[in-house]
Design a protein around this ligand. Structure first.
Ligand code: APR
Length: 356
């Protein structure tokens, strides 16, 4: 996953380089700057003094000293004064210059804080958007793992409407399926067909319909008839399954990339998957990926829900409504919203694994 958003203390990140949100004097301070100077030890201060300061939007590099990283890249973000003094461009330059230095020093991994989003007052959501767009632009032409280390959840001002829609979707699907898994004896014909609880009632409506449906007697079908009744369908699904076994996940992925007119690079970059993992998948027809990896490719290829389920099945998975992660990803696929970073922000907000 070339871009990873992670909640952590940046001084704990074990990367090749950690980026410091510094000031123009490189004299240390509070926030990230203070934490890094404390973690790196007094030698960092001596090294900074030799650099002769740093202009806003620029970046300079020192050793990591006692920090668990080889280098510390010091960059100076703009002080927010409303956005009319070139702040967005200066902030973007901080990411570009820091990444340029990291590449120059052959770093394979870099961790960024949200530059300017603290004492310098830059609106957090705008700061995150600039970070994601500059880093993804860089990753289109470079192989590196980049972390955005967020310290507080408020960094994600995922739109209230989106969070509400996703929460309602989880409520209607996740609870229904989850509850049914624990109450499989309560045969509920209407919900078996995927119906959802009475609108607007969520769990309460669902539990209410359970009470009514418990009165429903299961339609008993003699075993022999049941087998015959289902035979044509099960025979067909068995053929389909056998047919599906002919094409592996890896083969379906490469076929879909061609069908979509994408290049391999475009696809794995859009899926937020690193080149090494993609080349493993490409070179091994029987490669078994993780479920988040399969779903990341489904999003990158903008697959329908049926195509996504087909691709999951080839890797030995299925979407399950007893998994909040699956329900959230299903929501975005059904809405045909394929921005992997928007999905990851919502997954992050629900404390779920991220795609890629
Ligand atoms: N790890 C990760 N993120 C952190 C940490 C930490 N240990 N400490 C703070 N943050 C987050 C803040 O929550 C904020 O979102 O980093 C972001 C940047 O905050 P600041 O450190 O205040 O940086 P900035 O807004 O760029 O202001 C820089 O503050 O510390 C002084 O000397 C520094 O003058 C400079 C100014």
């Amino acid at each position: 996953m070339p871009l990873i958003i992670e909640r952590n203390d940046i001084t704990k990140m074990q990367c090749d380089a950690v980026v410091n949100a510094a000031n123009r004097l490189l004299a240390g301070g509070g926030g990230v700057d203070g934490a890094i100077h404390r973690a790196a030890g007094p030698q960092l201060d001596k090294a900074c003094k030799k650099l002769g300061g740093c202009e806003t939007g620029q970046a300079k590099i020192t050793s990591g000293f006692k920090m668990p990283c080889r280098y510390i890249i010091h960059t100076v973000g703009p002080i927010w004064t409303g956005g009319g003094m070139g702040e967005p461009e200066l902030l973007a330059s901080c990411y570009r210059e820091s990444l340029r230095l990291a590449a120059e020093y052959k770093c394979e991994s870099v961790a960024f804080p949200l530059i300017s989003a603290g004492a310098y007052g830059y609106p957090k959501e705008a700061a995150l958007q600039t970070a994601v767009s500059e880093i993804t632009a860089f990753l289109r032409g470079n192989d590196m793992t980049v972390y955005i280390v967020v310290y507080d959840r408020e960094c994600f001002q995922v739109s209230r409407k989106l969070m509400k829609d996703v929460a309602e979707y989880i409520d209607e699907n996740y609870i229904a399926e989850h509850f049914m898994a624990r109450n499989s004896r309560a045969f509920i014909p209407d919900l078996q067909k995927g119906a959802t609880p009475p609108p607007g009632k969520g769990a309460a409506g669902f539990f209410g319909s359970i009470t009514q449906s418990r009165a429903v007697q299961r339609k008993e079908i003699p075993l022999a008839d049941r087998a015959n009744e289902e035979a044509p369908q099960s025979a067909a699904s068995l053929d389909e399954l056998l047919d599906c076994l002919d094409e592996s996940f890896s083969q379906m992925l490469l076929r879909k990339i061609d069908e979509k007119g994408m290049t391999d690079v475009q696809c794995y970059k859009k899926a937020n998957i690193d080149r090494k993992l993609f080349s493993k998948i490409r070179s091994n027809a029987d490669y078994k990926p993780s479920k988040p990896t399969v779903l990341a490719f489904a999003i990158a290829l903008e697959l329908s829900l049926d195509e996504t389920n087909e691709m999951l099945m080839k890797a030995g998975f299925a979407l399950s409504h007893s998994s909040k992660f699956d329900v959230i990803v299903e929501y975005f696929i059904k809405k045909r919203r394929y921005d992997i970073f928007e999905i990851n922000e919502v997954l992050f907000s629900f404390d779920q694994l991220m795609l890629g």
